[in-house]
Design a protein around this ligand. Sequence first.
Ligand code: PLP
Length: 394
Amino acid sequence: MITPNMHYCDLKDSYLFFNIAKKTKAYLEEHPGTHLYRMGIGDVSLPLCDAVIKALHEAVDDQASPERFHGYMPEPGAPFLRTTIAEYYRKRGIDLADDEVFVSSGASDELGDILDLFDRGGSSLVIEPAYPAYVDANVMAGRKVVHLASGKENGFLPDPSDDAKADLLYICSPNNPTGAVFNREQLKRWVDFANENGSVILFDAAYEAFIEEDHLPRSIMEIEGAKKCAIEICSFSKTAGFTGTRLGYTIIPKDLVRNGMCFNDMWVRNRTTKTNGVSYIIQKGGAAVFTEEGQKQIRANIRFYKENAKILTDALDSLGIWYTGGKNAPYIWMKCPNGMGSWEFFDYLLHEIQVVGTPGEGFGACGEGFFRFSTFGNREDTIEAAKRLKKLLG
Ligand code: PLP
């Protein structure tokens, strides 16, 4: 009889969003017709921008034309999109070759799949609080997970230390859930640490487009030495509203070599075996993000979410509540008031002011006592949620 992958037994139940859904459902059953102010969602609310929609329509028409029809796409990505993305980096002074860019169907897919490149017996460092997929993907793959707690004392941006030694190092900046962003010096310390120990950094840049302070790095490839130790995983989901459309990309520098094996070559081999490329239509839509029009339009959408963030952070500022994020990220991570626990605060907000957020404890034990607000909601709800928070906690 076949033996299942027994590592699935080591997965913790993903109770976070399940519990939130259960509690809100129970509340609505007790209070039918009540409107909830949902500040917990990690999904975008604005539709795709016009430039992308136009490109998608044109690509659909291409597929109806015998001359312009596309079948299987090259597995590592369409040349037009790889060049466009590499250009986006080159314009920011990062020297990348087109074939150091791989097109993916999203960062989540890639964060799991990329583990194929590494020995199963290895270890992975996860800086917590963290996006839950890092731990789960490693547990499923049978890898050892090393947890590094961060906290208010280091602004949720810990430095490397002996406790942080592992083969793979996950770094997410801007961070989900904390919204904190590593500066150049802090990131350089992680790059040096990885190079000294022969580790590889998996840099999750899903929120890079939200960085508005120019001195902060938007790519780990901006840091000297990174091309010898880092893979960058990025997504169109939050940058351009592709959560339901699905597109991402991964940077694997050719200088990233261990035991004489080049990870870029290995990933070409992997993709050509395990995928048949990303849809032509979607890649065309993705390329439109980088046109002048596309950039203007996605920036306007990001600005909208930033205005939501400002409404919420103004409320927290006026209450004197400590938080990170909001400025260079779509998440705000606040300290629960009066020593309340994360779930206690969740229940308090739900029952008193009908605001729904995400308890910090769900992102790792060190998230206890903190709470995440997403700024992807609609404007009216954000304004009302901020008003209610001020009244309740003032
Ligand atoms: N990485 C982080 C940190 C995220 O927060 C998310 C989604 O919320 C993802 C990756 C997944 O992105 P995608 O939609 O491209 O799979």
